[in-house]
Design a protein around this ligand. Structure first.
Ligand SMILES: [Zn+2]
Ligand SMILES: [Zn+2]
Length: 338
């Protein structure tokens, strides 16, 4: 099959022929229909040791079941539409059985090194982690389930109440997924801080009640929108200095939810956070239940993330689109239609 293969840091992905995947016990093979490019892919592929040479990335996918391995429950059949939590757990431990596969000690992540991902014609998935998609659900929405589940998980962890005010730092796909959920769950003000004009206008389309440019005036800009400091701040950028800024502007006893992947050391002044009794909560990934909830809402038309998708490319156009996303201009979520 054709796949977009990671070469080495500093080189674009290469479209190559690689062996077709075959399903092992309790595994399925999907014919990939659509797969999103994620900031994590960009980050991992620009970091030495981030992903091994020869890796096929792509963890936000939807496709059609084409092969069913031994032992797979008979509610899965060839021809069905599906997506999967991009991980394969042992399927036996308490975490796997409760749907919290990301905590399984035997976990193999799909698309970031251990298991090949879906920037390819076919991808192998675990039946335990796979969820069916309704036939009527467009493939692009199927590929958005994963990033939406990331946003949902963070918003659930924040444990907000209707009527509260939130600040979201960053108008990339994850920041926008968070703002979409915040609006869904009834927050009063959802303000997205984002320097790029195109992403600010997307934020408004996706549920933000206001946008700000960010920078040194962030606290004042938020106050002007919401009439007070935020009840929660979602940090969805991952650059050094932002945690300190969040701590400075947060309301006493409020929460800061940290989602941005920052690999550099970060300096904060603990006394400022201590004086306000802030709750600094780091979050990662999702639970299988976040996938099924997202699928239900997409299928019933109650959640509409379509505006998040700004560009679509074929597998052949993926390497160039992938490199272009390193310095995004008008792009938000770029989907690969295989
Ligand atoms: Zn992702
Ligand atoms: Zn397990």
């Amino acid at each position: 099959m054709k796949a977009a293969v990671f070469q080495e840091v500093g080189h674009p992905l290469a479209i190559q022929d690689v062996p077709d995947p075959t399903p092992g016990e309790m595994e399925l093979v999907l014919r990939v229909k659509c797969c999103g490019i994620c900031g994590t892919d960009l980050h991992a592929s620009s970091t030495q040791g981030g992903v091994p040479d020869g890796c096929v990335m792509g963890h936000e996918f939807a496709g059609e079941i084409v092969e069913v391995g031994k032992g797979v429950p008979d509610h899965f059949e060839v021809g069905q539409h599906a997506t999967s939590v991009p991980a394969m757990g042992c399927g036996r431990c308490g975490d796997c059985l409760s749907g919290d596969v990301m905590n399984c000690s035997k976990i193999k992540i799909i698309g970031l090194g251990r298991e090949p991902g879906a920037f390819a014609e076919y991808v192998r998935v675990g039946s335990y982690e796979t969820l069916r998609l309704p036939d009527s659900l467009p493939w692009d929405l199927g590929a958005l389930v994963e990033p939406l589940a990331v946003g949902l998980h963070a918003v659930k962890v924040a444990d907000l109440k209707p009527g509260q005010n939130a600040l979201v730092l960053g108008g990339g796909p994850i920041g926008l997924a968070v703002s979409l959920w915040l609006r869904f769950f009834g927050l009063r003000s959802v303000v997205v801080s984002e320097p790029t004009e195109a992403r600010r206008s997307l934020a408004i389309q996706l549920g933000a009640t206001g946008t700000v440019l960010g920078g040194d005036d962030l606290a004042e800009e938020f106050y002007a929108h919401a009439g007070g400091p935020p009840d929660v701040v979602f940090e969805c950028v991952g650059l050094p200095g932002l945690l300190g800024q969040c701590i400075e502007l947060a309301r006493p006893r409020s929460k800061i939810i940290v989602m941005g992947l920052c690999m550099a050391p970060e300096t904060i002044v603990p006394a400022v956070a201590l004086a306000k009794e802030l709750n600094l909560q780091f979050v990662l990934a999702y639970h299988k239940e976040d996938f099924s909830f997202t699928i239900d809402l997409l299928a019933s038309g109650r959640l509409n993330p379509e505006a998040m998708v700004t560009h679509r490319v074929g597998l052949g156009g993926l390497p160039a689109a992938f490199e272009a996303l390193r310095n995004p201009t008008t792009q938000c979520k770029v989907l690969v239609e295989v």
